[in-house]
Design a protein around this ligand. Structure first.
Ligand SMILES: NC(=O)c1ccc[n+]([C@@H]2O[C@H](COP(=O)([O-])OP(=O)(O)OC[C@H]3O[C@@H](n4cnc5c(N)ncnc54)[C@H](O)[C@@H]3O)[C@@H](O)[C@H]2O)c1
Length: 450
């Protein structure tokens, strides 16, 4: 890890496959923030403070003042889609913000037009493309993307770039031979292997250009051995997958609490209604299977039924998503949790979360892209597991069990920032405060916080 990360100087190109609801909500929010008409609530990097040193030192800077992140004024957004709507039109269509909220940033959002996508209907069945790239081989498509990246950075005089996937969820595929090494993958690109998805082509293009890449959907993409090899080779960070928002965020908040108190769980039934384009895509069984796997994976690693069979081995976990157009982006989720306690007595918890999908996802995407740029500048490469805090289905080393407990992920995230900045890693045991309890502690006066 480098000791001298230095200031995040110059423009940061943010390159996004998929310029729909989440992307337009993110960009609209950043532009509103720049004009002083909105606050980045929900963004950990922008709003949260980090404790440094001992509790009596009163050092609690904002994360964005502690680590050298790009300033939001230095972000330049670009990306690809299969529809040619400007970001303003995309924002109007997804109806996250009302027209009058978007009016002050209309000019800025209207300037951002998607580049033609790399798309294959076999991987996203419910959408029909208007603009897309055509080429003989998948390798040619990857090269066209690399040219887009290069041209965008040159045109915008960007000092660095970072990529985040916010395009649709692709159909469920499993790792196959072509994914197992970079050599085989590159041969597959040249021979148009049917097992190489568009999201893998984007991931390959980004990593070839040394651009850190995070996967915001649950697609099998950057988490295949070929991509991990390329990321290591090019000293570039990768992360994913599937932004942790909505129902899964709730699940990873509640399950660790129940487990911490050794309360058993018999069943967890989760259902959602969702009416945006994401909901339409997930109405296809193949895309839903990818999402279902990602949503269902969290409980086992938090509850560890192999260690606590009496409490969690009989847990019945069901996840449903129903496409319901009248609701648009304002998703509604219901959870019924059947739990049991002392002497096996049953209890129930009901959750009805009336959320806004993209309002939860936009700040997560912002934090991810800023941290991925930081990781690259800090000399980190390959899987960035410390960013698992932001993902439903964290990419991890194959021999490790992923950490899905939001609170452990939070500690991991903050301690990694402390490590990067050469501050003391905090274990929160607090024993050291009491070891010399008869010696008066020289407390520093509290520092004024900004
Ligand atoms: N909103 C959330 O809370 C949330 C949470 C976790 C994950 N996600 C995932 O994030 C992604 C974006 O969500 P959204 O609500 O913005 O969806 P959206 O449908 O509004 O936007 C996705 C966009 O991607 C485009 N697209 C599809 N295939 C493409 C390709 N190959 N290249 C370029 N563009 C392509 C679509 O045309 C669409 O405009 C989805 O995969 C979703 O599952 C969203």
């Amino acid at each position: 890890m480098k000791n001298d990360i230095g200031e995040a100087k110059g423009k940061l190109a943010v390159l996004i496959p998929g310029m729909g609801a989440v992307t337009s909500t993110l960009i609209a929010g950043v532009e509103m923030y720049k004009k002083g008409i909105g606050k980045p609530f929900g963004s950990v990097t922008q709003m949260q403070r980090i404790r440094l040193g001992k509790r009596y030192e009163n050092r609690n800077p904002l994360i964005k003042d502690f680590i050298p992140l790009s300033d939001l004024n230095d972000l330049v957004f670009g990306g690809w889609d299969i529809y040619d709507d400007t970001i303003y039109q995309a924002a109007l269509k997804c109806e996250v913000f009302a027209e009058e909220q978007l009016r002050p940033v209309k000019e800025e959002l209207s300037r951002i037009k998607p580049m033609p996508a790399v798309f294959d209907k076999k991987f996203v069945k419910n959408l029909n493309p208007i603009i897309m790239k055509k080429a003989k081989t998948k390798m040619d498509l990857a090269e066209l993307l690399m040219k887009d990246i290069k041209d965008f950075c040159e045109k915008n005089k960007a000092a660095r770039a970072v990529g985040v996937w916010a395009a649709s969820t692709e159909v469920f595929i499993e790792e196959s031979d072509v994914h197992t090494s970079l050599k085989k993958f590159e041969e597959g690109l040249k021979k148009n292997s049917p097992y190489i998805s568009p999201s893998m082509i984007y991931a390959y293009a980004m990593l070839k250009m040394n651009v850190p890449f995070a996967m915001g959907a649950p697609n099998l993409s950057v988490d295949i051995p070929a991509m991990m090899e390329l990321a290591e080779l090019n000293h570039t960070p990768i992360a994913g997958k599937d932004f942790k928002t909505g129902q899964t965020l709730m699940k990873t908040i509640i399950a660790p609490g129940l487990k911490a108190r050794m309360l058993g769980i018999k069943g967890w039934y989760s259902t959602n209604i969702l009416g945006n384009r994401d909901g339409l895509v997930l109405d296809d069984a193949g895309s839903f299977k990818t999402k279902e796997k990602s949503k269902k994976s969290v409980l086992a690693s938090i509850l560890e039924p192999e260690l606590y069979p009496e409490l969690y081995s009989d847990l019945y976990h069901k996840v449903r998503i129903d496409y319901y157009p009248p609701r648009g982006d304002a998703k509604e989720g219901w959870d019924n949790i059947d739990i049991f306690g002392w002497m096996n007595m049953p209890m129930q918890i009901k959750i009805n979360f009336l959320c806004r999908d993209s309002i939860l996802a936009a700040p997560v995407m912002l934090d991810i892209l800023l941290c991925m740029d930081l990781a690259k500048r800090a000399g980190l490469k390959g899987i960035q597991e410390w960013l698992s805090f932001f993902f439903k289905s964290p990419i991890h080393r194959p021999d490790l069990i992923p950490e899905n407990n939001l609170f452990i992920q939070h500690v991991k995230f903050k301690n990694t920032l402390r490590l990067i900045m050469h501050e003391e890693v905090l274990d929160h045991s607090g024993l050291d405060y009491y070891e010399n309890r008869f010696k008066p502690i020289q407390a520093k006066p509290p520092k004024k916080t900004k």
